[in-house]
Unconditional design. Structure first.
Ligand code: AMP
Length: 537
């Protein structure tokens, strides 16, 4: 149910008792009627300060953006979307696309963003799995997605970055007022599909509390205030750009310079006006590759954060040498939101992802036995706290497998803790190579390789091998103008690594295959050389 006007109703206050959530008495005091809306949006409903600046310099205030979210919520409701329904969205990044997330929150619906790179066949899988009420896409994709939507059936609607699209048009004539639906803290706010490099992609169910608790924790930890201007360059179909970046800015009452994607010139032009940037490691390596990126460019900045993929320690060091800023690296995943962070004040240690967040319980355990490992030993990270998701959408078996009986989520990331408790990630458990019965952590081999002359970066994987189970194989991207030879690199590694860790073969690539978040797609590398040792099998 929705109302056309909220003139007499306070936002977030349910208008009838049927919609009143049933919350346990003791929680009532802390309970908000739609926690995300009430904390992140409602306080600014009449606030004319800047929220989003577009690349062309045009600006949207908080009040305008919230008004737009009301229009969109009305337009989505007119398509039949209601509380609990999934709204699948595959559109280019824009402030309007972000306002669809806010509209979904206000509807009490479940926001389901999809990577813009997904093909119609891939979208078909997500749509069939999630059964959304609405599938929103760019007009250019509507032809391909119409049949997919019809199968559910879902309403197909469009939104284009240039202002076109059926939902955009419907929103333009819809009222800004929308009575936000009541939600409980453990109601779903979003489903984000994991990138799923092996097997089927799983829908991580994220609750209102998951998102809000993490946003508030990070806002405090990273000292975000209303004076902050975040340079927002990340995609908004992924937890990093959608939740970490956006929710933190909203919680603080700050502003965003909203760029559609990382383009060096645009980033360099915007940086002098920003106070903070959240990035993936490739942003930082690309900035460092430009001579135009100097300490002057970052004079107003107070914080650079990095995550979603490992930040090479040498990038951390080179960045500080160039700008005087120590990048603050943090760690998280779709299922858990953020779990650790280097401190804002205090040592930001290169090559580590810092300490567990204040409200997050993190332990490192032996994957097989579940027993905690000693400090310095490698084990798998397990996490418990308000940040941890509710489970995988319609996959109870996978959900059960993902959690320990005492409620800890098994992240699948291997890590060790140093003497100060800082966590250093050594890689995904599934990327661990077992060669001749010995564990080989790819990161260790990659670090040694990367330090060799002529090597820009590398990726190390295990390939099935008749004698060893898996054979270590490396892929190397040479530095510009360099042409390192395979035998010479193998010989150099022999000086530094135990024999079982040494790659049996090294292949050269122009670039490593990476996804939109800068993560190296090791499954592609493994696939490309799956038969390498086959003749010996
Ligand atoms: P996603 O669910 O796409 O956010 O991917 C989460 C995964 O990215 C984690 O499980 C880690 O393997 C990896 N990851 C995230 N942050 C970091 C980091 N700072 N260092 C190393 N790996 C990271």
């Amino acid at each position: 149910m929705r109302r056309e006007s909220q003139s007499s109703a306070k936002p977030g206050v349910p208008a009838d008792s049927a919609r009143k959530p049933k919350v346990p008495k003791k929680k009532e005091a802390a309970y908000l009627s739609n926690p995300l809306y009430d904390r992140l949006l409602a306080p600014y409903a009449e606030d004319n300060r800047l929220l989003i600046e577009r690349p062309d310099g045009s600006r949207l205030s908080y009040a305008e953006t919230i008004g737009l979210s009301g229009r969109l919520a009305n337009a989505l409701a007119a398509l039949g979307a209601a509380a609990g329904d999934r709204i699948a969205v595959q559109v280019e990044k824009s402030p309007e696309a972000l306002a669809v997330y806010f509209a979904a929150v206000r509807l009490g619906a479940v926001f389901l963003p999809l990577n813009t790179a997904y093909t119609p066949a891939e979208v078909g899988y997500f749509v069939a799995d999630a059964q959304p009420k609405v599938l929103l896409c760019d007009s250019a994709k509507a032809g391909d997605l119409r049949a997919i939507a019809a199968k559910v059936p879902a309403q197909l609607a469009t939104m284009d970055r240039d202002g076109g699209g059926s939902l955009t048009a419907a929103a333009a004539t819809a009222p800004t007022a929308f009575e936000t639906m009541a939600r409980r803290p453990d109601d779903l706010a979003a489903i984000l599909y994991t990138s799923g490099t092996t097997g089927r992609s799983k829908g991580a169910m994220l609750t209102q509390e998951n998102l809000l608790s993490n946003a508030l924790t990070l806002t405090a930890l990273w000292r975000f205030t209303a004076a902050d201007v975040l340079l927002h360059v990340l995609p908004i179909f992924h937890t990093h750009g959608l939740f970490v970046a956006t929710n933190v800015v909203l919680a603080a009452g700050g502003a965003m310079i909203f760029l559609p994607k990382f383009e060096l010139e645009g980033v360099l032009a915007a940086l002098p006006r920003a106070t903070a940037m959240m990035g993936v490691p490739t942003f930082y390596t690309r900035l460092l590759a430009s001579e135009a990126f100097t300490g002057e460019t970052t004079a107003r900045m107070r914080l650079f954060t990095s995550g979603s993929a490992p930040l090479p320690a040498e990038t951390h060091v080179a960045f500080e040498a160039r700008t005087g800023h120590r990048i603050l690296e943090r760690y998280g995943m779709t299922e858990t939101n953020m779990s650790t962070s280097n401190p804002y004040c205090g040592a930001r240690k290169a090559g580590t992802v810092g300490l567990p967040l204040p409200d997050v319980d993190l332990r490192i355990v032996d994957l097989a036995s579940g027993a905690s490992v000693a400090q310095g030993e490698v084990g798998v990270i397990e996490v418990k706290g308000p940040n941890v998701f509710k489970g995988y959408w319609r996959m109870p078996e996978k959900t059960r497998e993902g959690f320990r009986p005492d409620g800890y989520f098994i992240s699948g990331d291997l890590a060790r803790r140093d003497e100060d408790g800082y966590v250093a990630i050594v890689g995904r458990a599934r990327d661990l190579i077992i060669s001749g019965g010995f564990n080989v952590y790819p990161k260790e081999v990659e670090e040694v390789l990367d330090a060799l002359p002529g090597v820009l970066e590398s990726a190390v994987v295990g390939i099935p091998h008749p004698d060893f189970g898996e054979g270590v194989v490396a892929f190397v991207v040479p530095e510009k103008g360099a042409a390192p030879a395979e035998e010479a690199l193998i010989a150099a590694l022999a000086q530094k690594l135990a024999r079982f860790k040494q790659p049996k073969r090294i292949f050269f690539l122009e670039a490593l295959p990476r996804n939109a978040m800068g993560k190296v797609q090791k499954n592609q590398l493994r696939k490309a050389k799956a038969d390498l040792f086959r003749s010996q099998l």
